[in-house]
Design a binder for this molecule. Structure first.
Ligand SMILES: Nc1ncnc2c1ncn2[C@@H]1O[C@H](COP(=O)(O)OP(=O)(O)O)[C@@H](O)[C@H]1O
Ligand SMILES: [Mg+2]
Length: 285
C-alpha cells in the first residue's frame, strides 16, 4: 500500500508532476498569472517569465494551459522542448501544430513560404474569427538565436492596436542575457517577471494546501512549524525542493511508527540520509 494511503490521503500530496490542480497560488503566482491573462486579452505580444530551476515555471505554464483550454476564443500551442536545429524546423513545427493550411512538404518549403502561410493564418484567426493565437514556450533558455529571431519576425505581424501572435516565454535566468544580446527582441518585451523562491509563511501555506488538496482532513498539523522552518531553510524556499523533502518526510513518518507528525528531528534525519546517499553513490562511482 502506498505511504499516502496509510496516512489517509486520497492522492499523493507531494507528487512532483506539474499538476495545475496542485498549484498553490502564492501572491506572486497570482500576480503573474493575472498579468499574463490580461496581456493575452489585450494582445500585447511578448511576455517573459524567468526563474531558477524549481521555482515553478512549468507548473505555471500548465496552469495557463488549463485556464485557456476549452476557450473558443484562444488557439493555443505549448512547446515543451525548445530545441530546434534551424529556423525552418521551428516555423514548420508551428504550421503543423496550429494546423495551418499549407500544401508544401518540409523539404520543398522555404522559410519565406512558411512565414507567409503563418501570417495569413494569424490574420484570418484575428479578423475573420476574432480569436487570439497564443504560443507558450517552456525551457525557453534553450532557444537558439535563429529561433529567437523567428519569434521577433512573428511579433512584427501586427495591427495598429494589437499583435497577431501572443508569445509567453518561460525560462531559466540565462534566458535574460540571451535576449539582451538582441536589443530588437528585448525591446519587444511587454511584460517581464522573475519568479522568486517562497518565504517561510508561503512555504507553510504550500505544504498545507497540498495536504488538504490530497484529502487530509484532520485538524492536527501533520508538519509542525519547526519542521517547516527547517524545510524552508534547507530548500531555500524553492518549491521543487520543498515538495521533494515533504515527500521524503511523510515516508519517514510512516516508517517511524512512534511519531504522529513530522517534527524538526525527522526532517533533519531525512536530510542526513539524503546527504549519506549522495556520498554512497559517489563512492560506488
Ligand atoms: N506554486 C506551486 N504550488 C505547488 N507546487 C509547486 C508550485 N510551484 C512549483 N511546484 C512544484 O515544484 C516542482 C517544480 O516545479 P516546476 O514547475 O517543474 O519548476 P521549474 O519549471 O521552474 O523548474 C513541481 O513538482 C511542482 O509541482
Ligand atoms: Mg520547468
Amino acid at each position: 500500500m502506498s505511504y499516502y494511503k496509510l496516512l489517509g490521503f486520497d492522492k499523493e500530496p507531494f507528487s512532483t508532476s506539474p499538476d495545475p490542480s496542485f498549484l498553490y497560488l502564492s501572491r506572486e503566482y497570482e500576480l503573474v498569472l493575472t498579468n499574463l491573462l490580461i496581456q493575452l486579452r489585450l494582445r500585447r505580444g511578448l511576455n517573459v517569465v524567468l526563474g531558477d530551476v524549481g521555482t515553478g515555471k512549468t507548473t505555471l505554464s500548465r496552469k495557463l494551459v488549463s485556464e485557456l483550454k476549452g476557450r473558443e476564443d484562444f488557439i493555443l500551442h505549448i512547446i515543451l522542448n525548445a530545441n530546434f536545429n534551424t529556423e525552418k524546423e521551428f516555423l514548420y513545427s508551428l504550421i503543423e501544430n496550429y494546423e495551418v493550411p499549407f500544401n508544401q512538404h518540409f523539404q520543398e518549403a522555404t522559410v519565406s513560404s512558411i512565414r507567409n502561410a503563418l501570417e495569413n493564418f494569424l490574420l484570418q484567426k484575428a479578423f475573420s474569427e476574432n480569436r487570439t493565437t497564443v504560443l507558450i514556450i517552456d525551457e525557453a533558455q534553450k532557444l537558439s538565436e535563429s529561433t529567437l529571431e523567428s519569434l521577433r519576425v512573428l511579433l512584427n505581424y501586427e495591427t495598429n492596436e494589437f499583435k497577431l501572435i501572443q508569445i509567453i516565454l518561460l525560462g531559466q535566468l540565462e534566458l535574460c542575457p540571451n535576449i539582451m544580446k538582441m536589443p530588437n527582441f528585448y525591446d519587444r518585451i511587454d511584460f517581464k517577471y522573475t519568479l522568486n523562491p517562497l518565504g517561510f509563511t508561503e512555504t507553510k501555506e504550500l505544504v498545507n494546501f497540498r495536504l488538504k488538496k490530497a484529502g487530509y482532513r484532520s485538524t492536527s498539523p501533520l508538519f509542525l512549524d519547526e519542521a517547516i522552518r527547517e524545510i524552508h531553510y534547507h530548500t531555500k524556499g524553492y518549491p521543487r525542493g520543498i515538495i521533494r523533502q515533504c515527500h521524503c518526510c511523510l515516508r519517514a513518518l510512516v516508517m517511524s511508527k512512534t511519531k504522529m507528525a513530522v517534527d524538526r528531528e525527522l526532517v533533519l534525519e531525512v536530510i542526513q540520509k539524503d546527504v549519506d546517499s549522495v556520498w554512497e553513490t559517489t563512492a560506488i562511482r
